[in-house]
Design a protein around this ligand. Structure first.
Ligand SMILES: [Fe+2]
Length: 388
């Protein structure tokens, strides 16, 4: 996140002597997601982050692909994903390509006996149901319904939930997740026309330092495998850190929609960007105020991207019989548009309560076996009432 942040104790100058009360040195580590050429932080561990005690056998969590190629409007009933105790086991990848993996998860239990690190992808966790605390070495971030948690790859974390009813919509991005460039000035500050600003960003707080030896299980994901590592020191042993690289959160409820006299196209809803995909937030807003305006979207044929919508809450103006947690995938190459009757119905309406997350990947998504298990097989026929 391009805002400087610091917690805990750090030395006055980087790369200088920084000692513990017992005279031993703290261990400095540079953390980043693009080598030495972009955002980074310097963290100070009580112990070197390299003390491996044991390694278990790696196992695959690679998505099982059902349809590598397809051209069908697809709908998934996301809340049909069954709750499972364990956070990692609960994650079900449904739509994937080489730029991102989209998963659904309904974890019941907090992560108390292990830590997790995604070494290959940034994670964007949208909290649809549930609340709790994201715990990391950088500090803690409290989360609740509507939060996007942005966790840069390489961050060791735990999710602690307040209860067992949790629904998460997770995007793994193989490139860094950022705020849209057009909303930032050359120094990274969010501009006046951005639909959110720095005040809306939740940064880590409550740094607790765990200066502990022992056996700490860290499950590390890389190239579709989970590597069970046992470290000899607690992963959250930061005495302090500073920089621009850290986990952060933004609530969809703090997105200030951009509206106009006539229908505004999806880019006004953009919230995040990464290589080859964007993430948008559709939020409750006033409708278009031209006296003859049609608030429902026009048909469109997005030939250069697929379009994924995850329905969170409220009525969705252009869709019939949408339910919470539903995902629609409208693949690039064929047009899609409002459902029969919804255009007429939208005329004269003054506002909408719709809440949804949209992801537009610029390369086609593959459909997994977990997705097929929750698919509504007739969705592609759902526009048929228009045929005479
Ligand atoms: Fe669309």
């Amino acid at each position: 996140m391009p805002i400087y942040h610091t917690l805990g104790s750090i030395p006055a100058k980087r790369h200088t002597v920084f000692r513990k009360p017992d005279g031993k040195l703290y261990a400095e580590e540079l953390v980043s997601t693009e080598g030495f050429s972009n955002l980074y932080s310097l963290v100070y561990h009580c112990h070197p982050p390299t003390i491996v005690k044991a390694m278990g056998e790696p196992y695959s969590v690679e998505p099982k692909i059902a349809h590598k190629k397809h051209l069908k409007h697809t709908s998934l009933k996301g809340f049909k994903i069954q709750p499972e105790d364990d956070f990692l086991k609960s994650r079900k990848p449904v739509l994937v390509n080489d730029d991102l993996h989209i998963s659904l998860a309904a974890p019941r239990k907090s992560m108390t006996d292990y830590f997790y690190k995604n070494s290959q992808a940034d994670e964007l966790i949208f909290v649809h149901v549930g609340s709790g605390v994201l715990k990391t070495g950088f500090g803690q971030i409290k989360f609740e319904y509507g939060d996007y948690l942005v966790i840069p790859r390489g961050t060791i974390y735990q999710l602690h939930f307040n209860d067992e009813d949790n629904r998460l919509f997770i995007t793994e991005s193989f490139s860094p997740i950022r705020t849209p460039k057009r909303y930032r000035n050359e120094f990274g500050q969010l501009l006046e026309h951005s639909p959110f600003c720095e005040r809306d960003i939740k940064r880590p707080e409550n740094l607790e330092t765990f200066d502990e030896y022992g056996e700490f299980k860290v499950l590390i994901k890389k190239q579709g495998l989970i590597y069970p590592y046992v470290y000899g020191t607690h992963p959250f042993d930061f005495i302090g850190w500073d920089g621009f690289h850290y986990p952060w959160a933004f609530s969809i409820h703090n997105f200030e929609p951009i509206t106009g006299r006539l229908h505004q196209p999806p880019p006004v809803h953009q919230t995040f960007e990464a290589h080859n995909f964007v993430v948008c937030s559709f939020c409750p807003r006033k409708y278009d105020y031209h006296p003859e305006s049609i608030p429902a979207p026009y048909n469109h044929s997005n030939v250069d991207s697929d379009e994924v919508l995850y329905y969170v809450d409220g009525d969705f103006m252009s869709r019939k019989s949408v339910e919470k947690g539903q995902i629609t995938l409208h693949p690039g190459g064929i047009p899609h548009g409002p459902h029969p009757g919804t255009v007429e119905k939208s005329i004269g309406k003054e506002s909408t309560e719709e809440l949804a997350v949209m992801i537009d990947p610029f390369r086609p998504l593959m459909i997994t076996e977990d997705a097929i298990a929750i698919e509504d097989p007739d969705y592609f026929k759902s526009w048929q009432e228009n045929v005479e």
